[in-house]
Design a protein around this ligand. Sequence first.
Ligand code: UD1
Ligand code: CA
Length: 447
Amino acid sequence: MSTALVILAAGKGTRMESDLPKVLHKIGGAPLLHHAMLSASALEPERTVVVTGHGAELVEAAARDFDGDAVAVRQEEQLGTGHAVAQSRNALSGFEGDIIVLYGDTPFISTETLRTMLDARNNHDVVVLGFEAPDPGLYGRLITDGNSLLRIVEYKDVTDEERGITLCNSGVICADAKCLFDLVAAIGNKNASKEYYLTDIVEIARQRGLTATAVTCDEAETIGINSRIELAAAETTFQTRKRQELIASGVQMQAPDTVFLSYDTTIGRDAEIEPNVIFAPGVTVESGARIRAFSHLEGAHVSRGATVGPFARLRPGAELAEDVHVGNFVEIKNAAIDEGAKVNHLTYIGDADIGARSNIGAGTITCNYDGVMKHRTTIGRDVFIGSNTMLVAPVTIGDEAMTATATTVTKDVPDGAMAIGRTEQTNKPGFARKLFSLLRAKKQAKG
Ligand code: UD1
Ligand code: CA
């Protein structure tokens, strides 16, 4: 049976107090919208439709960024969740199968929960995802009779008796495409909010002799984000969960609460992550690598046995082969460092290739930017780059070559050669002592 997704993301998100559309606010480095799409992507949906409204262009771009085939439809006026789903009808014409309706601001629904809903579809026409909430607040309430779901009542419309119900509506609904759109077409807006409630399809379905049921998940999965306070709390939830996943899979962390991860951070077994490390998106750390304290990594790959930090920064395109050492106050960007090479202190390596076992001395800089364009530095294997070498790119250093300390390299260095480019040293006997006493005398005269 094929599946399609309809993701509702037209709402304004007024309470975020932000110019950015709500679903583009991030958790673990990825927009809320991507989290919603991510858990459903494991179902391999045949089509994904995102309903946009506020900030439509930005939201559409983000949707395509996650899934190039995602289709966006506009809901010009936000007349309710039922109205929003109706907008996806044309985009889904010809689709046969189950549709799952998700909210773009609800990031934690698990794939497993969605699978349970699809399973429940075997026995029921409409499946709603509910959850037990000790404090059900403003959520819609599910009115059930045994296994049957009778209707959903919005908070604004509940009776005093219904208010006491703790089984709530998450908003996620699943039904066959034809069935869903037939039901949605019958929704009216005679309610406290004058909105077209998607939730009304349950009662309409039952009036038509169809069946509905609720499957439940943990309340933590159904959290929707409405304010920055909720966003921050959700970030904490995400971080805790992701840390636990990694630790359970064999990653060593001494102070997990100080390690910040992204949605896609991948770390291998027996890798060690010291305190206060930040993983921005796109990082893979392989088994047995060690990321030392206070390092920041983004878009980087660290191979087995490599060591990074303390206080190192790996930027996008940093590719560290096995047993590479990157030490303190080193920045690496768009550079491949081959097996066993060492860049240990106070260095910038950008747009470069460094060969196996080469050693880059302290204070080395690849001068990769001429103010207009970026250029590449290529360093061979078994090279020794002396401290404080300026490598003015584009430039190539051959295998087993060497640069003398403080050399500014502007010309290619052949294999096995040593480049030295600095003014010759002269010593002036006794000059330092004379100068010191002169300066001290001056200071004294000044008082
Ligand atoms: C909805 C449910 C409620 C449930 C709650 C769970 C309805 C009528 N109510 O209420 O039963 O307990 O979610 O969080 O469905 N949206 C659009 N277009 C619209 C309206 C909404 O795209 O015209 C989108 C919003 O951007 C949001 C989602 O739909 O992503 C939910 O809308 P929201 O207004 O937050 O619904 P609730 O009032 O919270
Ligand atoms: Ca909401």
